[in-house]
Structures are given as structure tokens and as C-alpha cells.
Design a protein around this ligand. Sequence first.
Ligand SMILES: [Cu+2]
Length: 262
Amino acid sequence: MSFHMKNRPARRGLQAAAVSLFALLASVAHADWGGLNMPEGVTILSKKIYGLHMLILWVCVAIAVVVFGVMIYSMVKFRKSQGAQPDKTLVHSTRVEIVWTIVPILILVGMAVPIARTLIEIEDMGSVDLNIKVTGYQWKWEYEYLGQNVSFFSTLKRDSDAARQLGSGIDPHSVPNYLLDVDNPLVVPAGTKIRFLLTAQDVIHAWWVPAFGMKKDAIPGYVNEIWVQVDADKVGTYRGQCAELCGRDHGFMEIVFDLFCD
Ligand SMILES: [Cu+2]
């Protein structure tokens, strides 16, 4: 069927839409593509999780190329205008049924192997160098270095807290690391395998530092655990927040993790 657009304003509108679409695509092309992907993180586990993510992404891309390739080829090659006749004999084919059941099973099992390996590694709490108990409160964190006789509370830094008050008159832009700093950060030597034991005293919180690729709930009366080992060359400050809607000031439960070189 041929399609003629006689309505000029409509055609201009379509042209303008096409131009703006191209402009949008061009600006996306100029943007940092890395910002569209999942961040790689700085720990052993976060890198493995990133590797898995990329592996599965390319498996999906390969499947999409094959499936859409066959579909588009078939639609173009066997179109009605070329005299294609529907095959009325292929109502049921046991061979085809078996192939399209076995092939996806093999793909899924193939993907499950590296995934299971990584999951086992995530749960492996063996040979940790340091145990830190993390307790969530409304609205602060308590850190306890087990066996080291060190424990402290970590709360939103005072300058941020003052600036966030309604009608404080303080310009948030004048506060360094506004709403991202705490009074007492976690301080840990580089290259150590740390086990975090997460719990809470009042309601459910969640301890989350995005660069670690790990997030887990801190639940009252229950201990969850995660392990973190940051690469020795990634010395620096990593930040996170409580990732559970734990109450009114949930957005102000910051986490600051300082990694120093021995
Ligand atoms: Cu919380």
C-alpha cells in the first residue's frame, strides 16, 4: 500500500520530530557510554558480578541477532508479493519441538554454571581478616570492630545536618560533600578481607555502598553477612547510604568508608 501525506503541516511536524530524534540520538552518542552501563566497582566480588553481567549481556545480544536475523530474513524473502505460499504440512514437527526445547536448556545451564560459582564465592566467609558488626538505628550506624575493642557511632556530619533543616538559611552548595559525609567514618586498611555482620536495633535498614556491588538488609534480631575486599590499589573514600525506607530521616543515614594504605 502506498502512503501519501497530503497534509503539509503534518509532514513538517513529522520532519521536525525526525530532526529532534536525530539530535537526541547524536547527543546520546556524545555522552559517556560508560555511564549507561552497570558500574564495575572496586572489590573482588563487584568485578566478578560485573563480568557476569557482561557475559550474560553478550549471550542475550547473540540470541537476539540470531532470532531477529532469521525473522527478518524470513519476512523479506518469503513475502506474499514474491509469491510465497504458506506451508500447510508443517503443523507439527517432533524434531523441531525437540531442538527448540534442548537448545534453550543448554543455554540456560551454560549460564547457570558461572552464576552458581559466583554465588558460592559471595557466600564464602572463610579466611576473613577483620569482622565488623554494623548495627542500624533510626538514623545512624554503629560500627564495632570485633575482637579489637573498637566501636563508635557514625552519624550525618553536623554541617550537613544544620544546612538541611527547614529555613536554616545555609546554602547547601557551601557545605562540602553535602549529605554525603559523616562525623566518624569507617576506617579500614587496604587489601583486607572484611566481613560485615549486619543487624539493626529498631527497624529494618539496608547497608549499601554501590562501589562494593553489595547491598544487604540489616534486620532486628537477625544477622546478615557480606564480605568485602577492595583492591589494594583502590585506596580512597567510598560512600553509600541506607537503602531501606526505614523512617522519616532514612535519607540521612550516610556511610563513609575510608580505605588507607598500611
Ligand atoms: Cu535506615
